[in-house]
Every structure is written in structure tokens, then in C-alpha cells.
Design a protein around this ligand. Sequence first.
Ligand code: NAD
Ligand code: AHE
Ligand code: ZN
Ligand code: ZN
Length: 372
Amino acid sequence: MKTRAAVAFEAGKPLEICEVDLEGPKAGEVLVEIKATGICHTDEFTLSGADPEGAFPAILGHEGAGVVLEVGPGVTSLEPGDHVIPLYTAECRECEYCLHPKTNLCQKVRATQGQGVMPDGTSRFSYKGQKIVHYMGCSTFSNHTVLPEISLAKVRKDAPFDKICYIGCGVTTGIGAVMFTAKVEPNSTAVVFGLGGIGLNVIQGLKLIGAKQIIGVDLNPRREAMARQFGMTDFVNPKDIPGGHDGLVGHLVELTGGGADYSFECIGNVDVMRAALECCHKGWGESVIIGVAPAGAEISTRPFQLVTGRVWRGTAFGGARGRTDVPKIVDMYMDGRIDIDSLITHRLDLEDINKGFDLMHAGESIRSVVVY
Ligand code: NAD
Ligand code: AHE
Ligand code: ZN
Ligand code: ZN
């Protein structure tokens, strides 16, 4: 079939809207009509050329929601008409990782997904006879896409696509980092670095579990109002404190009365990751890395920081097991227990998708959502 997509032909170039060719689903695969997709900072990261796995030409996008149109042979858990959210972290429920209680990183399709192809090693997308690679197993910047059955969460049909698409990455990553990865206890103190599409969801997760102090750190002063609306108790702009970035750790340790119980890095900056670890409380403070750093970047700290009880960990997709947890997060939204609407600051047509990247660069949007 033909479908409309925003194609990334080259790193660092704007996306181009094209009519591309899409092959139908093979065994174990599903054809989905994408109804809406968010634009996450990770799409920008890959488009910029900083992603070691970035391959071109590609159809980016990994924060979508849509409807099943057709299923390939052997698909049993989905049928045409089902509403789904694509998962960049699949859940096969039978691999070594799925069977391990400590991880959500299903590896069943991860190797081929990282190469931009389906599990059989081929792509379903092409343009004028030239192969186009899939992205993060999702490619939601296409009106239609093909995914493995295990990379789709089936969700209730009354949930609006233009809001729940954000559960495909940002919402789940932020809330999940608090609930599944860190397992933050009520009355904890926490520092959140970066108050964008991920950090604000970390804040709403912290508020939900009853954290007593939620400190937000961002260089953009326009982020303060929205963060307070979501539960932030204190705002720190590193530009406004003595010593700037160098004074940040001391300032946060003082503000938390000795260090944070938890911190979350939601930027992808390795200097900030260090500060996030070092502002944690001696003996028990835990820092969770969410931000994706560019190829070649490395983190460092004095080992003494860990010897004296601080813990450094990371999270992908908030530790959520997509087919199991995503439908529950959709329920949380539909029950009014989490706010998604306020975070969707811009709605765009596919033709205007590059404006979404411009708004992100300018720090003007939290989430832009493309509606097909
Ligand atoms: P975003 O652009 O919406 O937000 C980033 C925020 O960080 C902005 O508000 C910006 O002003 C702030 N910022 C930038 N540099 C800063 C600094 N030095 N100090 C303080 N604040 C600073 O991005 P997002 O969509 O929220 O994504 C955040 C990061 O999380 C990205 O690196 C993205 O790739 C990553 N991410 C990871 C996962 C995962 O599963 N681990 C999932 C989604 C996104
Ligand atoms: N491909 C990059 C890393 C990118 C990355 O860390 N991706 C996160 C999701 S970001 C969503 O916005 C992730 O899930 N990572 C685990 C995984 O298996 O990809 C690189 O450095 O190669
Ligand atoms: Zn994302
Ligand atoms: Zn698995």
C-alpha cells in the first residue's frame, strides 16, 4: 500500500513528507493505522546524528497510538479494529528478560529493531524502490506502519488517540521511573533535573506516590509554572544560584536538608548526571538516569560517592512492561488520576512536523502531537 510519512533522509536535515510504499504484515506482524504521534526529544537526538544506532533514510517516531487494520499469519492477541499503542520496548512474555523480575528489557526483537528492520531482517518501508528503515520498532511518523505483535499494547477504545499517544513514551517513562524503577516511598524528597516532556511526568509520578519535597531544576524559567502545577515544591535555575552549575550540588544538599532520597536526570547531559548523583543523600540516596546522552559521552564521579551509599541506576521506558502496564496507565488517564492534556502544548498536521522540532529547540513546547 501507499502511505504518507515524514521521512528522515539524512541526519541534521528537516523531515520530508512523502508518499512511501509499505508492505503488508508478515507472520507475527500487524498493520496499524497511526492516528496521532508525539515528538519526543529522542526523535530529535536521532535526527541530529548523535545516536550510534541512527540509520538513514528512516521513518522516525515512537510515541503513537492507532488502530489495527490487518494481522499477519499466527497473530492471536490482536484483531482488526483493536486500539493499540506501539512499544519500543516489546514484551514477549517468554524470553529470559521477560521472565526475570528485575527488568522490562525484552530482547526478543531488540537486535533487529536496533538495525531498523523487522525480525525477519527486512524493512516493510521503501520509497521509489529505495529501502527506508524502521525506527525503534515503531516509525509512528508514518500514517501506517507494521510492527511485531509483541510490540503493541492493546488499549481501551474510548481513550482519545491524540492524548494517549504520549503514553507510548513520555508519560510512561516519567511515571514509571518513579513507580517501577526507583519505587519511591511516600514522604521522600526528590530532585528532578530537566522539566520537559519527561521531567514533568516524573514530577506527576512523585506527587502521585506522595513525595513530600519535589525540587525541579531547569535552565528555562518558563518551565516553573507548569512544574508547580504538577506538584513541584521548589524550583532551582542553575543560572540564578551562586557558582552556577558548580554551586548546584551544595545548593540542593542544603535545600533537601542533607541530600535527596531520589534524583532523576531527564536531560541527557553527563555533567548534570554527575550533579544528580552527588546531590543524593549519603548512605541511601538513589539517582536514576533517564536522559539519553550522545554517542561517546561518558559519566564520571568519585567512586567514594558510591562507596558511601549513593546508588546510580538507569531506566528505559520507565521500567514498564508495555503490554501489561500501558493499558493500566491509559486507565489512570481515563480515570483522571494523571494529567496528559496540559502537557500537550501543540497540535500539528503531518505537513508541519518540522515545526514541532523547531518548538522543541526553542524551548516553547512540552509535547507537540501530530494528528493524522
Ligand atoms: P525536553 O527537551 O522536553 O526537556 C529537556 C529539558 O531539559 C528542557 O526543559 C531544558 O530546558 C532542560 N535542560 C537542558 N539542559 C539543561 C541543563 N544543563 N540544566 C537544566 N536543565 C536543562 O526533552 P524530553 O522529551 O523531556 O526528554 C528528556 C531526555 O530524556 C532526552 O535525553 C530524551 O532522549 C530522554 N528520554 C529517555 C527515555 C528513556 O526511556 N530512558 C525516554 C524518553 C526520553
Ligand atoms: N540508541 C541509543 C540509545 C537510545 C536509548 O537509550 N533509548 C531508550 C529509549 S529513549 C525513548 O525516548 C531505550 O529504551 N533504551 C534501551 C534500548 O534497548 O534501546 C544508543 O546509544 O545506541
Ligand atoms: Zn521517547
Ligand atoms: Zn521478552
